[in-house]
Design a binder for this molecule. Structure first.
Ligand SMILES: Nc1ncnc2c1ncn2[C@@H]1O[C@H](COP(=O)(O)OP(=O)(O)OP(=O)(O)O)[C@@H](O)[C@H]1O
Length: 259
């Protein structure tokens, strides 16, 4: 279990009675869930229970899916992310995302990280280089790639590619990081590196992670939210969810009775 306090903390993001639909189909039903600042919140639950749908709604990635809609509210620092004044590009800069399958661009390692900075309007070469270095250090990749920044990112190992994608997400200085099964395609050593990294990142970022791996949720998170058939069954300090859940369904899931 994470050693950081899971006690009262400032709320960074909050869903209030959030329902998410694909056409008429309700994938997430009236979920209220907070992400405390500088904590890792793990979203667990069986396949199809709505974890990824919920995660993607936090930076409005679901907007890109035809027919997807929402009811209810998502607040970032107390402001609705659906507010008319909210610029979605800026929202996605503040709330970054890392996917299950690493998806580097077929460009150099340097360019993968610099890309978002250039798109965001940064022009000064020294500024870009400094930010690329900082991001690669933040993603615990710098030492492995500092001598090959101009090599193709596609030559990196799977674990390195995933850390590169984390560096890319960090480059634009987000406040929240959403991670959708970031280690599920990786071997145990690369997975351990990502978990260690998550632990380091929470000092600076607020993190929500979807994982199928219960041990991983127990290792990396401060709080755990258990989803079942589109509903949030319960959320609490990770240790409590794993050792003393309130709901029978949670107990059955975390003890492996179904999954
Ligand atoms: N693009 C989509 N269009 C229509 N239905 C979708 C879409 N994406 C997901 N769904 C449906 O919404 C429900 C929730 O899916 P979601 O992917 O959020 O679950 P999940 O808990 O993340 O599952 P998994 O762990 O298998 O990734 C499922 O019934 C799924 O079939």
């Amino acid at each position: 279990m994470s050693l950081s306090p899971a006690g009262p903390s400032r709320i960074k993001m909050e869903a209030r009675e959030l329902s998410l639909l694909y056409g008429p189909k309700v994938a997430v039903k009236s979920v209220s869930l907070s992400l405390p600042e500088h904590q890792v919140t793990a979203l667990i639950g069986p396949s199809g229970c709505g974890k990824s749908t919920f995660l993607r709604s936090l930076n409005r990635m679901n907007d890109l899916i035809p027919g997807a809609s929402h009811q209810g509210t998502v607040l970032l620092e107390g402001t609705s992310i659906h507010d008319r004044n909210v610029d979605v590009v800026d929202l996605r800069r503040r709330v970054g995302m890392v996917f299950q399958k690493s998806n580097p661009f077929p460009k150099t390692i340097f360019e993968n990280v610099a890309y978002g900075l250039r798109v965001g309007g940064m022009k000064d070469k020294a500024d870009i280089a400094a930010r690329v270095e900082r991001s690669l250090k933040g993603a615990a990749l710098w030492d492995e790639v500092k001598d090959r920044l101009n090599d193709s990112a596609l030559g990196l190992s799977g674990g390195q590619q995933q850390r590169l994608c984390i560096a890319r997400a960090l480059a634009v200085e987000p406040e929240v990081l959403l991670m959708d099964e970031p280690a599920s395609a990786l071997d145990p050593i690369a997975t351990a590196k990502i978990e260690e990294l998550i632990h380091e990142l929470k000092d600076r970022y607020t993190i929500a992670i979807v994982t199928h791996n219960m041990q991983q949720a127990a290792r990396v998170s401060d709080r755990t939210a258990f989803f079942y058939m589109g509903e949030l069954v319960e959320c609490g300090p990770t240790e409590q969810i794993f050792t003393n859940p309130r709901e029978k369904r949670t107990e059955d899931y975390v003890t492996g009775k179904f999954g």
